[in-house]
Design a protein around this ligand. Sequence first.
Ligand SMILES: [Zn+2]
Length: 322
Amino acid sequence: MQSQQFQDVLNALPTLTKQQKYTLLNALSEPHYSCDIATSIEESFAQAPKCPHCDSEELQRWGIRNQRQRYRCKSCWKMFNSFSNTPLARLRHPEKWSQYLEGMTHSLTLRPAAKECGITLRTSFRWRHRFLQAIEYDQAPVLRGIAEIDETFFRESFKGQRKNLPRPARKRGNDKKVDCRKIPVVVARDRECHTVDGVLKNETADELCSHVNGRIDIETVVCADATLAHEKLARKLGFIFKEIVTSAGQRVVEGIFHLQHVNSYHSHLKGWISGIFHGVATKYLAHYLGWRRALTDRDSLTYDRLCNRILGSLRVQPFRGT
Ligand SMILES: [Zn+2]
């Protein structure tokens, strides 16, 4: 390359988007993945094999299929492998999973991820949601100290669904309002950046309780908007409740109790969903909440950490890494 061309490349670097930077870094470096997630799952299963259908430990090895050890249960006679009945069942090309997961730690969208891994767009979509399904319920263990809880709303979306839409399709650029249901999402976040969240069916105290019960330490001071549902939730779960009357313009109570962290989380979550993915279908909203939760944890999301979250959800011994 001529020196002027090289200078042009250097000059263009500050204008790169986050995803373009990631693609460039990947092209320049030889990827090395310390954890092979598929091998970890197979090895862990082989150490204590168990039928995923009836929990029997009486198994027979039953040949190799698609390069995976197959087993047959002596109790229910069903056949399976170490991935059966897990979110990763029937996913192929495990040799490309590492690269795909690395992309997920950089919020890589479907098309660049497909191109990078040499897979189809359909496979890219399938992999994303299978991996997200694995970490969907991987919430923070227990919130402690000062926590903030608040709801936000997402417009109901049927993105990707072409048939049987329950309402007329919204046309891009069409200003005519189509009545959209608002889907409530609760986020509870403590000052250590641990997050608990969930898509709500409604905004009642019972529904809130079903998402945060057992996830907030009893000694936690919880800041929340002054609503009946939050008061009821505080009574049910017994934590210390600091009420912020935002409708009356109140922002901070006693100098330290406020909702700024959780509201900032809401706004970044919305910016991430609308800016990077151009909106997501409501049926997958919980997957994206889980992804965002992993990305915004106190420890930034690395490939090893993402692998360990997935392995943890499959009850496989975590990989040692950072
Ligand atoms: Zn069985």
